[in-house]
Design a protein around this ligand. Structure first.
Ligand code: PLP
Length: 430
């Protein structure tokens, strides 16, 4: 049987929007001050019209512009790979497939939306984008994408990461981005925080507040977000749409689909195109999060802000509270207090199952993957791999020939410090 499925013909022409297929109406985002439903024009100071339309869209299919498809061809379609060596090591009857998003230039799924967002902003005459980044995955994806469409990019990078994890900063600067350690003196939010606490290490919430303020205060500048919002998840569905066709070619249908969840974008990207089938055929879809930031498994389902300062609209989601500061686990991309509202609805209705795993078992899984398949996964991706291995072992116990599909959201070649900590026994589970 073919182990790797690739080919131009798998690149989709349309993104899939899950909103019309949800089991209940999506609760509207609320204005942070008035608490009234947000109107599309409220978002105009920070987003281009095309993305606002997509954010509110109830159309099931949305055309991918040719210019975006053309950039996608740099690394898409991504390969669908059967992890046969991992299967053998586990002695499982399960067949394990992964969608390898680590082949993009920044090394993760994130450019699937960064490219689309840069394109629409450039088309509407915007000159600069601002954003936040933690360890730098999203920032590097946006610097890569903006460069291709001739936009400037300013990235507010959480200060501890800026100093402790220099390689993605260098990557962002190589692609021409400007990277500022946050909190900074560029914004009112930043100055206020620094006044009280000059050594504040920063957080994603603070960086979001700074990036939004910068965009609101400059007419030629918009803001860009790398997860959580409807239009971001929409762009990521190229992953699942490709995977579906690739599996069809192999005459396979997934019984179990697994992905890791920070804000939900890579997970939704893979599994949303399968959700309608799941409701009919009972596919088990598992969202994996860290026990250190257990949003879907322990959070409260209510309206909350997306950032620390309360500048963003309120979203109805599972949340740990917008002032929650998760412990500094290595999977930086999974340390977000909330989750995408569409994903939260699907979890609430039991269509998607949520599971939390702790850090050390995720690295055990990632190292086994690296030693069998050869590819070193990002610490975030290790969360998905942990549950894939658990499910494959369960299939062995039950003697069932399951087909397991998971999203390999990114490679870990810029996260080797985390592996060093694990291999030298320094890693701790709180
Ligand atoms: C950012 C990131 C994630 C988490 O973000 P989602 O929006 O939940 O997908 C997961 N894996 C990798 C490699 C990332 O860079």
């Amino acid at each position: 049987m073919k182990k790797v499925v690739m080919g131009e013909e798998f690149l989709p022409k349309r993104w899939y929007n899950i909103v019309p297929d949800l089991p209940e109406q999506l609760p509207p985002p609320l204005h942070p001050v008035t608490k009234e439903p947000v109107k599309p024009e409220d978002l105009k100071p920070i987003f281009p019209k095309a993305l606002i339309d997509q954010e509110f869209s109830e159309e099931r299919w949305i055309r991918i512009p040719e210019e975006v498809r053309e950039v996608y061809t740099i690394w898409r379609p991504t390969p669908l790979i059967r992890a046969e060596r991992l299967e053998r090591a586990l002695k499982t009857p399960a067949r394990i497939y992964f969608k390898f998003e680590g082949v993009s230039p920044p090394g993760s799924h994130k450019p699937n939306t960064a490219v689309a967002q840069a394109y629409y902003n450039a088309k509407e005459g915007v000159e600069r984008l601002t954003t936040e980044t933690g360890a730098g995955q999203w920032g590097s994806a946006l610097c890569f994408a903006t460069k291709l469409f001739d936009l400037k990019c300013t990235v507010y990078m959480v200060k501890v990461s800026y100093y402790q994890k220099p390689y993605r900063r260098v990557l962002m600067e190589t692609w021409g981005g400007e990277v500022i350690p946050s909190p900074s003196d560029r914004t009112e939010v930043g100055r206020k925080i620094l006044e009280k606490d000059p050594d504040n290490p920063g957080s994603l919430g603070i960086a979001i507040s700074e990036a939004i303020e910068d965009a609101v205060k400059h007419d030629d500048t918009n803001y860009s977000l790398g997860s959580v919002l409807n239009h971001v998840l929409l762009h990521q569905t190229v992953i699942g749409l490709e995977a579906k066709k690739q599996l069809e070619l192999l005459d396979e249908k997934p019984d179990v689909i697994v992905g890791c969840v920070g804000g939900g974008s890579n997970f939704a990207g893979l599994c949303y195109p399968f959700v309608r089938d799941a409701m009919k055929d009972g596919i088990k879809i598992i969202a994996v999060e860290p026990t250190a930031c257990p949003t879907l498994t322990k959070g409260e389902y209510r309206y909350d802000y997306g950032d620390t300062a309360g500048l963003t609209p309120l979203l109805k989601m599972f949340t740990l509270g917008h002032d929650f500061i998760p412990p500094p686990i290595h999977a930086g991309g999974l340390r977000y207090h909330g989750d995408a509202p569409t994903l939260c609805i699907l979890v609430k209705h039991g269509i998607i199952e949520a599971r939390a795993v702790s850090q050390i078992p995720t690295f055990e899984a990632g190292v086994l993957f690296a030693r069998t398949e050869g590819i070193v996964p990002a610490p975030e991706t290790n969360h998905a791999i942990r549950v894939v291995i658990d499910e494959a072992l369960k299939a062995k116990e039950e003697g069932e020939e399951k087909v397991i599909l998971f999203n390999f959201s990114g490679h870990g070649l810029l996260d080797l410090k985390a592996y060093d900590d694990y291999l030298s026994g320094k890693l701790q589970d709180t």
